[in-house]
Design a protein around this ligand. Sequence first.
Ligand SMILES: *Cc1c(COP(=O)(O)O)cnc(C)c1O
Length: 215
Amino acid sequence: MGPSPAAARLQALNEQLPAHTRLLAVSKGHPASSIRALAQAGQRSFGESRLQEAMAKQQELADLDGLDWHFIGRLQANKVRPVLKQFSAIHSVDSLALAERVSRIAGEEGLRPAVFLQVKLRPDPNKGGLSADALEQEWPRLQQLPNLRIVGLMTMAPLGLEAPQRQVLFAECSALAQRLGLEELSMGMSGDWPEAAAAGSTWVRVGSALFGPKP
Ligand SMILES: *Cc1c(COP(=O)(O)O)cnc(C)c1O
């Protein structure tokens, strides 16, 4: 038997990613068995957007060492504590109030999670995120939150942008991160990771291009 289709796609993707870009395999909607196949092919970092679904899979995969779980979905206030316990990084902190809450609960739990601040640089009713202005205004307070490691910015391109417009958007996000002294950029999904990687993304979040259509 050859490698699974997902393992073959993983290898092809890894060969195309530039050296500065790591791959977060977005496994939401896919079973633990699919995650296991990619883990056996060497993938370590997985992204999930729903807590209950993620926890069930994490339990099934508890025999695997060294998996690194990132939370990428909208984070509800009442899910902060369990998310902190189950994930090493959160890509979707999209307000000062949420950041304050995550920091407070992380302190109570003795944790210091890696956090990406989600920014929204174009109008998009379907997505959360701080505007560039709000982020710059709140940055002094965000920086003082004691129990967060704010490592970077996360953004998503609205549907309907062409590749050149997406590249401009990703470059803006990269410039904003640079102004704030943030090194990581979580940008790019199945449909637009090449532009994001070209604009300096350090984490592309790829689901369907890796796992195939949802079962
Ligand atoms: C689902 C999801 C992805 C992956 O999307 P694909 O188009 O399947 O690659 C990336 N980021 C976030 C926040 C997601 O919810």
